[in-house]
Design a protein around this ligand. Structure first.
Ligand code: PLP
Length: 381
């Protein structure tokens, strides 16, 4: 006889729960595409782009193949390349510095704020100095709205303006979030996002988008995503790439976008509930009444080397955790030769040693959340 009680595992992100809610509508939307067979640039692309632009208030939304391509395409459109520096945080997913390196430019890593995990506006100038000393021309600042929280654009934009940096908002984790009522997509001259399935607004494969109010940039991006196309298919006016969003993914996203506002509210409620229950045992994430966060991750900080023990205790109870990011970009093999800001990255290093993310998605019910809370509290007692 099996003496061990079966422990039900909690999903880290429950994509299937949303599928149970939307399955039929999405299956019908996909079936419409397989009927009309316009798999590339089908009518759903324009429909989604209009809906995304309306949702965030940007003049243009341009569907692209991934969040990484979105960044690469903006960098290409701005003519950023060899000899240029793009300031970006080290405490981010590899795709942010990767896009910079892919266009031949140099990522220069800047420091983040300990409370928000986002770029510290006071550290931008130090990174520019490091770039100049390395003989580079500082051209752009890539902000990242980590874990779903908007960076501090009110402070960042004037600093970037003074230093002559073009701001590219990597909102791969944060589309849907807002600062003082203005949604991401409108807070920087160019904003990118990812529709990777685990993202707050995810599709059923890879996808992404760029948002801008700049008509000329939008036109260039639409050309670049389509092999530098000019007035017709066989007119190539610039070097581009295959960077389009698939029609099937657009059809999926049209349906998901309809319930996205409700899901954002649910995520916020769940995050606030976690914060209230855990604030006395761990460092809980920053909450603000001026920002809305879309909680791509719910990330706590555990000091004193207790993180791995916490993860192991939770795992034994069927509760998965994740560490974003245990090794910051400037310590990764591929990026360790790139310049780091003057003064170093002490906050980034500290965060990398302490962060741990708990299960978070819009369908996390209270009973399951209570089980997670009890397990965390028990492990840290
Ligand atoms: C901060 C950040 N930037 C860019 C990307 C790249 O997005 P994609 O996976 O769609 O290429 C991601 C994806 O995880 C991300 O988290």
């Amino acid at each position: 006889m099996n003496q061990h009680a079966r422990i039900d595992s909690v999903p880290f992100i429950d994509v299937a729960a949303q599928r149970r809610r939307l399955g039929k509508r999405i299956d019908d939307a996909i079936a419409r595409v397989t009927e009309h067979c316009q798999f590339i640039n089908g009518p759903e692309i324009g429909e989604l782009e209009r809906a995304l632009a309306d949702f965030c208030g940007a003049r243009h939304a341009i569907g692209v193949a991934s969040g990484t391509d979105a960044l690469v395409l903006v960098l290409m459109a701005k003519g950023i390349g060899r000899g240029d520096a793009v300031i970006c945080p080290s405490f981010t997913y590899a795709a942010s510095p990767e896009a910079v390196a892919l266009v031949g430019a140099t990522p220069v890593f800047c420091e983040v704020d300990e409370k928000t995990f986002n770029i510290d506006p006071a550290g931008i100038e130090r990174a520019v100095m490091a770039a100049k000393r390395a003989g580079l021309a500082p051209k752009a600042l890539m902000t990242v709205d980590l874990f779903g929280l908007p960076a501090d654009y009110e402070a960042i934009n004037p600093v970037a303006g003074k230093l002559g940096l073009y701001v590219i908002d990597d909102a791969a984790q944060a589309f849907g979030a807002a600062a003082k009522g203005r949604k991401l997509g409108t807070l920087a001259p160019a904003t990118t996002t990812s529709f990777f399935p685990a993202k707050p607004l995810g599709c059923y494969g890879d996808g992404g988008a760029v948002f801008t109010d700049d008509d000329a940039l939008a036109e260039t991006l639409r050309s670049l995503r389509n092999h530098g196309q000019g007035t017709d298919r066989y007119d190539n006016v610039r070097i581009g790439m295959t960077g389009r969003l698939d029609t099937i993914q657009a059809a999926v996203l049209i349906e998901k976008l309809k319930i996205f506002p409700e899901e954002i509210v649910a995520r916020e409620r769940i995050a606030r509930r976690y914060n209230a229950a855990l604030a006395d045992v761990v460092t809980v994430p920053h909450l603000s009444n001026e920002h809305t966060c879309v909680w791509a991750q719910y990330t706590i900080r555990v000091s004193g080397g207790r993180r791995d023990a916490l993860a192991a205790t939770l795992r034994a109870q069927g509760i998965p955790t994740a560490q974003y990011y245990p090794v910051p970009s400037h310590r990764q093999g591929a990026y360790r030769d790139y310049p780091v800001t003057d003064g170093g990255l002490a906050v980034t290093e500290k965060l990398a040693g302490e962060v741990i993310s708990l299960p978070m998605h819009a369908y996390l019910d209270e009973a399951t959340q209570d089980r997670i809370i009890t397990a965390v509290r028990g492990a840290l007692r």
